[in-house]
Design a protein around this ligand. Structure first.
Ligand code: SAH
Length: 400
């Protein structure tokens, strides 16, 4: 007979978000635990009145003590996990059907109802990352389902994110199926890009910006374009492809700058890679009186916690101020925040306040987000992390 699940009682006031589909129960939201669940074991969650809230996985090592997998009476079985993987892959067929696109995120964790499971497809290579203890035991089930749906040449388990240690798990990487090719080159909207799977950032590339990379093309013909925090050059390459007059791509990482140069050659495009700290570079460009038609800012998350919001806003504002100084009337600024702690409205107001300080009038052309292979789950706002603000400078710098 199956062991009776332990029951986690959620404190009064914290049940509403769970009823609305949020999957996380923090340790400090738990009033008491009935039974003695082992880490990684299934538990039932109930509200203060004992009403059923869902079933999830318990981990006393994690701040997120329970991650709910179902919000109704559904049993958590291998079959359920398999179906969820398949369902996630099904939606991505739409993304992979885009012209000249062979890469996308296949599984986006909680938003695909698979907490802490990240999976990216890079051409024939699929990279899987499991960041929660609860999902770790389903590694084979997930891997088999991925092999079934995607038939990749290589399935690579990249369990090297240090977040795993917070869950009480070790870090390792392992090829599950096939061999990892020496060089992985993907095609994104017809542009070829080298992906450093073993040494690169995250799973190897930033797939969340695909649609925004494409979006920059419409502003780029004959333009002088500056791509700041460029990584492998996604924005820069698309601008060059669309006929930009000049493209410069700046990053602080030597590996990134090398990737940009290689990717430009791979596509027969001209991009000038620049190794620099963007804060200093932008300031220097202002001092030199440089002007650009299009500037992209895509920094890493300035804040990983809500408490650092003020500092983060200062950082976003500083680079926006510099960028606006480099843009004449008609210039386009695309600025991004990839921190989910930064609400869209706060980010937008931060960017607007830079324009106000400079007495510039700006138009909001578009408010975009991460590409749809990183879907936002209703009731789980944390799944919306990327804010993409596209502005047009309506007037030039104030004449004195
Ligand atoms: N724009 C990229 C993703 C950028 S990720 C894309 O569309 O794919 C953020 C990048 O910022 C990383 O490559 C990181 O190396 C770089 N970075 C971090 N701090 C920086 C700084 N102060 N100056 C320049 N680059 C920085």
């Amino acid at each position: 007979m199956a062991k009776t699940e332990a029951v986690v009682h959620v404190i009064n006031g914290r049940q509403k978000k769970l009823v609305h589909g949020h999957p996380w129960i923090y340790g400090n939201e738990i009033e008491r635990v009935e039974g003695d669940p082992a880490d990684g074991e299934l538990v039932e969650a109930v509200d203060f009145r004992g009403r059923f809230l869902g079933r999830g996985i318990y981990n006393s090592h994690s701040l997120l003590t329970v991650r709910l997998l179902t919000h109704d009476g559904t049993e958590v079985t291998e079959e359920l996990i398999r179906e969820r993987v398949k369902n996630a892959c099904r939606m991505r067929k739409t993304v992979l059907a885009r012209p000249g696109t062979d890469s996308c995120r296949l599984i986006y964790g909680e938003a695909d109802l698979l907490p802490g499971v990240i999976c990216d497809r890079f051409g024939g290579t699929v990279v899987l990352q499991i960041l929660t203890l609860g999902m770790e035991k389903y590694t084979d089930v997930i891997a088999d389902a991925l092999m079934d749906c995607e038939q990749p040449e290589c399935l690579y388990l990249k369990n090297d994110d240090r977040i795993r240690q917070k869950e009480g798990m070790d870090c390792f990487v392992r090829v599950i199926r096939g061999n990892l090719p020496e060089t992985v080159i993907v095609t994104e909207n017809g542009i070829r890009m080298k992906v450093d799977i073993e040494g690169g950032q995250k799973t190897g590339s930033f797939l969340d910006q695909k649609a925004n990379h494409l979006y920059v093309r419409q502003f780029s013909k004959d333009a002088r374009v500056l791509d700041c925090f460029s990584y492998s050059g996604g924005f820069a390459l698309n601008a060059a492809y669309a006929g930009a007059r000049e493209v410069r791509a700046v990053d602080i990482s030597e590996g990134a700058v090398r990737l940009i140069a290689e990717n430009a050659v791979l596509n027969g495009l001209t991009v000038e890679p620049i190794l620099a700290n963007c804060f200093d570079f932008l300031r220097e460009q202002v001092r030199l009186g440089e002007q650009y038609d299009v500037i992209i800012l895509d920094p890493p998350a300035f804040t990983k916690a809500h408490a650092n919001m003020e500092n983060a806003c200062r950082g976003y504002k500083e680079i926006a101020l510099s960028a606006m100084r480099l843009l004449p009337a008609g210039g386009i600024l695309a600025t991004h925040s990839c921190s989910y702690h930064m609400p869209e409205e706060t980010f937008l107001n931060t960017v607007y306040s830079a324009a106000q300080d400079l007495h510039r009038t700006v138009q909001l052309l578009d408010l975009r987000r991460q590409d749809m292979d990183h879907p936002v789950l209703a009731g789980y706002p944390e799944s919306h992390y990327l804010k993409s603000v596209w502005l047009r400078m309506l007037d030039g710098p104030a004449s004195r």
